[in-house]
Structures are given as structure tokens and as C-alpha cells.
Design a protein around this ligand. Structure first.
Ligand code: URA
Length: 248
């Protein structure tokens, strides 16, 4: 049996209108449940079994949505903002309760998972889960083997503890260096602060992966696609339990 929810909530969740608007539609007789007009917004709907139609069009229920979004620079990792475009301004989804899983700075590009699955978000963001995030960056200055060692050992970014071991790979070293960095924490401005700790500035930052999820080469900044069933399953399974990690 599917979940049971009120008819007005069902329609509002599916983007038919606000709660007040859908109540008015129901009262006007625009909604049928199993081919019968109902005027009761409070009617309980079985999301798996009942057939709900609005103005004669079936409205199927979508419980959870998962999108892989290529965040462009200039977009904020929030659901509302007065001055900038938010991630939700780019996504045409059914559910109105979507949010980004974690944050990227306004000038950072790259992979952002957008969903309404709070339990999965919690798993991915929990500091205890150590989910790996890989970034490509351009650095103002020469990145050296010493920086690689420092990041492996942990650097002081002004927090109580040093950062956890991070994997730094130098792609090219010069006046402007190109690197890949993998971290398993998510502190505010973490990558930028780690480079500041070794006296360098990040001039471009792009997230390539988060856990098992990788940025899709077919996507351009500002584009998105739904996750596949396999990607959703892999993400939910990949976060090792705390006890397992402690034994590593
Ligand atoms: N580290 C940063 O400094 N900024 C980001 O947006 C993500 C990681």
C-alpha cells in the first residue's frame, strides 16, 4: 500500500497549485478520485492505488525526485534569494520541496545533487560519513610536492582541528597550476581555505564528484538531468556505517 495523504496536499505536492488554490479547484469540482468528483480536500489518497485527475488529466504521484545539476557560477546553493538565481530557478520539477544537498560557493561550478530526499541528504552530509568530494581547481601560484604532503597530513584552516587527510594531485604546475583535490569533509570554503593555508589562492573551482555521483560530461553549466535508478541505489548504499569506518 502506498502512503496516505490528503487530496489537497497530494495536488499541491505535484505542483497543481498552492494549498489554497487546490482547495478551491477541489470545491469547484475540477478533481476526480477514481472517476468520481470529490469536493473534500481532506480525503485520504493512497498514492499507489488511487487515480487522481485534475481537469480530466491524470496526476500521478512522485514521491521523491533526484537531479544531477551542473551549477554555473553566479547561482546560489539555496532555494530562495532576493538578488541571485538559485538552483531551483534552473530546474523544472514536479515537487516544490526540492533543495540542494550541501553548498557550493557562488563562484564555484559543478556537481550539485538536488532532491527532496531528506534522509539521503543527511547521509551524504553527515560529518561522520566522510563522503568524498573531488574538485578540479586552478591555483594562482606554483603547487608543489610539499603542498601534496601538507594536505595529506592536514592543514590549519583556523578550526579546532587540522583538516582530514586530502588527496592532492598536480595536473600542471606553473604560475597558474591545475590540480585535483579530494576531501572527505565539507567545511565552509574548505578548498579555498586549504590553499590559503599554504599561501595560495584558488582562482577557479569546479566540483567533479560527490561519493559515487560524478558530473555528467554531456551537461553544460546550468543544465541538469534526473538520476538513474542505479545512481540513486549506489548513493544510498555507499555511505559506510560509522562502526565500519572506525575499524578501517
Ligand atoms: N570548497 C570551497 O572553498 N568552495 C566550494 O564551493 C566548495 C569547496
Amino acid at each position: 500500500m502506498g502512503a496516505k495523504i490528503r487530496l489537497d496536499k497530494y495536488l499541491a505536492n505535484m505542483g497543481i497549485g498552492t494549498r489554497t488554490e487546490v482547495k478551491a479547484y477541489i470545491r469547484k469540482g475540477k478533481v476526480t478520485v477514481n472517476d468520481t468528483v470529490t469536493k473534500s480536500p481532506e480525503l485520504k489518497i493512497d498514492t499507489d492505488k488511487d487515480q487522481v485527475c485534475f481537469e480530466h488529466q491524470p496526476v500521478g504521484y512522485v514521491r521523491q525526485e533526484y537531479y544531477l545539476f551542473y551549477k554555473p557560477a553566479g547561482c546560489v546553493s539555496a532555494t530562495e534569494d532576493k538578488t541571485h538565481r538559485t538552483v531551483l530557478d534552473y530546474i523544472d520539477a514536479k515537487r516544490k520541496d526540492l533543495f540542494p544537498v550541501g553548498r557550493l560557493d557562488i563562484d564555484t561550478e559543478g556537481l550539485l545533487l538536488i532532491t527532496n530526499d531528506g534522509a539521503l541528504a543527511h547521509q551524504l552530509l553527515s560529518p561522520k560519513k566522510h563522503v568524498k568530494k573531488t574538485y578540479y581547481a586552478r591555483i594562482d601560484g606554483l603547487v608543489t610536492a610539499e603542498d601534496v604532503r601538507a594536505f595529506e597530513e592536514g592543514v590549519d584552516i583556523g578550526e579546532e582541528k587540522l583538516t582530514m587527510p586530502a588527496d592532492l594531485e598536480i595536473l600542471s604546475a606553473g604560475e597558474i597550476s591545475e590540480i585535483l583535490i579530494t576531501i572527505c569533509e565539507g567545511k565552509y570554503h574548505q578548498v579555498k581555505r586549504m590553499f590559503e593555508a599554504v599561501g595560495k589562492n584558488v582562482i577557479y573551482l569546479k566540483r567533479l564528484s560527490m561519493g559515487t555521483l560524478t558530473l555528467d560530461a554531456a551537461l553544460q553549466p546550468g543544465e541538469y538531468r534526473s538520476l538513474t535508478k542505479q545512481e540513486i541505489a549506489a548513493l544510498s548504499q555507499q555511505t559506510p556505517k560509522e562502526e565500519e569506518r572506525e575499524q578501517e
